[in-house]
Design a protein around this ligand. Structure first.
Ligand code: TYD
Length: 137
């Protein structure tokens, strides 16, 4: 699992003078069964989220409103995705450290996840993540 496995998913856009519509269909647009949805909102200026890695969890992140930067790191390479459109999803494979920064005012970060919340799936320490990533990478 590496940075190269993380990619943007182009979601359908139904453009309409009354307002645009995007939809997400489980098996069609998302490469895993969605078992959990959560969202970050009311993020104060300058605050950062993420700051962890996942052992097995897969996620797709969508900027439902506003903008933010997703920094991903597989232990060797790093990349930054600026998300600011609600018709792009960022797929994040397992074994990726992520930091989410630079939230605009009113930003909403939606996360589709492949499993239920489990603290044992987290790497909370970057050093511990690096050791594991370099062993498996
Ligand atoms: P955390 O995943 O660390 O947030 P972020 O993705 O911004 O780093 O979660 C923050 C807290 O919320 C932590 O105490 C665990 C809890 N939490 C749940 O109970 N369920 C969930 O689905 C998530 C994502 C977090």
């Amino acid at each position: 699992m590496a940075i190269a496995d993380c990619h943007l998913i182009d979601l359908p856009r139904i453009q309409d003078p009354r307002g645009n519509l995007t939809f997400i269909e489980g098996s069609r647009h998302i490469p895993f069964d969605i078992r959990r949805v959560y969202y970050l909102y009311d993020v104060p200026g300058g605050a950062e989220r993420g700051g962890h890695g996942h052992k097995a969890l897969q996620q797709v992140i969508v900027a439902m409103s506003g903008a933010f930067d997703v920094h991903i790191d597989d232990g060797c390479d790093k990349k930054i995705f600026q998300l600011n459109r609600s018709y792009f999803g960022l797929y994040i494979c397992p074994m990726i450290w992520r930091d989410i920064t630079n939230f605009s005012s009113g930003a909403v970060c939606l996360v589709l996840a492949s499993d239920l919340y489990s603290e044992s799936d987290y790497f909370r320490s970057y050093e511990e993540f690096l050791l594991a990533a370099r062993k498996t990478g």
